[in-house]
Design a protein around this ligand. Structure first.
Ligand code: TMP
Ligand code: ZN
Length: 404
């Protein structure tokens, strides 16, 4: 029986997706060696943490060929500018404040603090994206965050007023170690906040494609509250974010006596209503996942049987789970259009669908396009107004399969 990575108690299985390649492991050639692991999701009835069973080694995922670059989406650029402004407002009355961001990627958020000459530091293990941040005058350490690094940062920079992270905490396997690091790095009245895909949204939308190697943990207020408590900290607030298909930003303070906001209490209540504190809720989730997969396959097969072209839009990490679990490959999807330079010309992990530049999509105007980047639907529908007007169809699949 798999043990919970946080509290070491017995977990319950939620769903198994079988053998999976690394979600961001795009390859150049079909003969390139790929690493496969067993993708399965577990639920801990003791501390409510939803987590992966097997985890590929972090260096397999976050290395110098890491393909995910935050700034390819204008929505994300706006989102992080807003986050930077929130930090700037929070620090307005503090003298020479210091901000640390874990997983600073290409500096999409910190560059706004750098521009205001706010003392900051990014911690980013992927050297290629860290190099992009440095070009934006962002200070970055190319390292994984742990207690040792926390001590090193305090020695050279002092303690932090704000520690923040976006889409990073969920991929730190040793979360207990990270929290011990936060206790070292954070000032007594400092604020820690982090945002990640929200379990409530994943379960209510059935967006199971959020489940992949980089997302080791699937947080809810319920699990984050327990985690903070374990480390003598307090979950004080929760703010829902409309990015990455629904994310939650958790605010945490040092010391258990801090107050929890009304807003956070409301979210915890909603989470319990969705049964995120019992394996019952997850049984229903698993059933819905398999219904969507069946329906999507049938829809695509029907289109193919009418000899119509199908392509994909957005070679997302998320699509690796969907494509490999459903075994949808280049026999069904001709190619996937993507605007990330590091992905163009490569093949998707496991199923080997070619990735092509957007110009190909614009030329082809394929009749059907599976929207793998469904979380950017608004931005993409705005961009592709002409395509849809001329009869192009997008296929989406959460919470159910739709052609629109
Ligand atoms: P994400 O869902 O992890 O943010 O990844 C989105 C992917 O979709 C990323 O590879 C970039 C790609 N993309 C496009 O190709 N065109 C677009 O208009 C947008 C918003 C994203
Ligand atoms: Zn646990």
């Amino acid at each position: 029986m798999d043990k919970c990575k946080i509290c070491r108690k017995k977990t319950k299985p939620v769903i198994s997706f079988g053998k999976m390649p690394i979600a961001n492991g795009f390859i150049d050639d079909p003969t390139d060696k790929e690493f496969f692991y067993d993708l399965k999701l577990l639920f801990c009835p003791n501390c409510f943490m939803v987590q992966l069973g097997q985890i590929p080694h972090p260096e397999m995922m976050f290395n110098d060929t890491y393909a995910y670059i935050s700034s390819t989406s204008s929505t994300m650029a706006r989102h992080f500018k807003k986050q930077a402004n929130e930090i700037i407002a929070l620090l307005a009355s503090r003298k020479d404040p210091f901000v640390v961001e874990l997983g600073s990627n290409d500096g999409i958020m910190l560059k706004h603090l750098a521009a205001k000459e706010i003392h900051h530091l990014g911690v980013e293990p992927a050297a290629n994206v860290a190099a992009l941040a440095k070009k934006n005058d962002v200070n970055v350490l190319i390292e994984f965050f742990d207690q040792k690094l926390a001590k090193k940062i305090v020695r050279t920079h002092g303690q932090a007023d704000v520690i923040c992270a976006a889409n990073t905490m969920c991929s730190l396997e040793d979360l207990n170690g990270a929290f011990e690091g936060f206790n070292i790095l954070l000032k007594q009245h400092g604020t820690l906040f982090f945002e990640d895909p929200y379990l409530f949204d994943i379960v209510s939308l059935t967006s199971f494609d959020q489940i992949y190697d980089e997302h080791i943990y699937y947080f809810s207020g319920l699990s984050v509250e327990q985690l903070a408590k374990r480390h003598k900290m307090k979950l004080t607030d929760m703010k829902h974010q409309d990015v990455h298909g629904g994310s939650m930003r958790y605010y945490i303070k040092k010391g258990g006596s801090n107050k929890r906001s009304f807003r956070a209490a409301e979210w915890l209540k909603k989470e319990k209503e969705l049964e995120l504190d019992s394996s019952n809720g997850f049984k229903k989730f698993k059933k819905r996942v398999n219904t969507i997969c069946r329906n999507l396959k049938q829809t695509l097969q029907k289109i193919k049987s009418q000899n119509q072209q199908i392509v994909g839009y957005g070679a997302t990490s998320k699509s690796t789970t969907l494509l490999n679990y459903t075994h949808i490959g280049p026999e069904t999807i001709d190619y996937i259009s993507d605007n990330t330079p590091t992905k163009i010309g490569k093949l998707t992990p496991g199923m080997h669908i070619p990735i092509k530049a957007h110009t190909q999509f614009a030329n082809d105007k394929p009749p059907f396009t599976v929207l793998f980047a469904w979380n950017h639907k608004k931005e993409i529908f705005d961009k592709e107004k002409a395509y849809r007007k001329k009869g192009g169809n997008f296929i989406t699949y959460f919470p159910k399969v739709r052609i629109q």
